[in-house]
Design a protein around this ligand. Sequence first.
Ligand SMILES: Nc1ncnc2c1ncn2[C@@H]1O[C@H](COP(=O)(O)OP(=O)(O)OP(=O)(O)O)[C@@H](O)[C@H]1O
Ligand SMILES: [Mg+2]
Length: 229
Amino acid sequence: MIQVRKVSKIYLQGKQEICALSDVTFSIGKGEFISIMGASGSGKSTLLNLIGGLDQPSMGEIFIDGSPLHGISDDELTLIRRKKIGFVFQFFNLLPILTAEENVGLPLLLDGIPFSQIRGKAIDLLASVGLGSRTKHRPEQLSGGEMQRVAIARALITDPSVLLADEPTGNLDSHISEEILGLLKNLNQAGQTIVMVTHDARAASFGNRIIKLKDGGIIEDVAVSGRAE
Ligand SMILES: Nc1ncnc2c1ncn2[C@@H]1O[C@H](COP(=O)(O)OP(=O)(O)OP(=O)(O)O)[C@@H](O)[C@H]1O
Ligand SMILES: [Mg+2]
């Protein structure tokens, strides 16, 4: 479903070249829940951002559902990203002036669909992440765990091919982290493909495959048989 082929990413910092990823090749199959681990600076976010079309590789190719993410215009990339990718971030990135249901509907609003046509789906999604009674709350009126649930609902409103999550529990305490990870696990069991970046081995164990990065390269790629309880 997603192919990453010989992908490298080199950042230019002044005259210095920083190789954030080098020659990374792997595939993501439909229905997988992949955890990407590795030390700080190993290239995890860089890889996720490339898969999500937030950035372009310096070398190599990435395909999502057969569509290339390279060699296309920024506008085309934005369209593919909106249709096929759901993104969840460590700091939630909700808009403070919008209610939960408006935040969830935002990706479709940006596509020009009127909110009256979106609201029902936004409310259904909020209910599915356990926030049926918080639809009119603004982010400041929600807990961290609830904000992340809103962000997950927002990421799902376009029925994305893949949900990408960069340290989704990095800003939550361990009890709430377990709830969010359980939610992601349930979404995966319902068929949602997920790629999650995490520092935390416990969080990674919720996935069914763990890819470890070191210095911009894959050093391990293993299936997880059963999750430690
Ligand atoms: N925009 C940028 N310009 C220059 N260098 C960058 C840029 N983004 C990332 N880097 C460098 O690329 C390398 C990989 O960064 P990346 O953010 O992918 O790491 P990470 O594994 O996500 O780390 P962390 O766990 O701390 O989030 C680092 O050395 C980083 O300093
Ligand atoms: Mg990172």
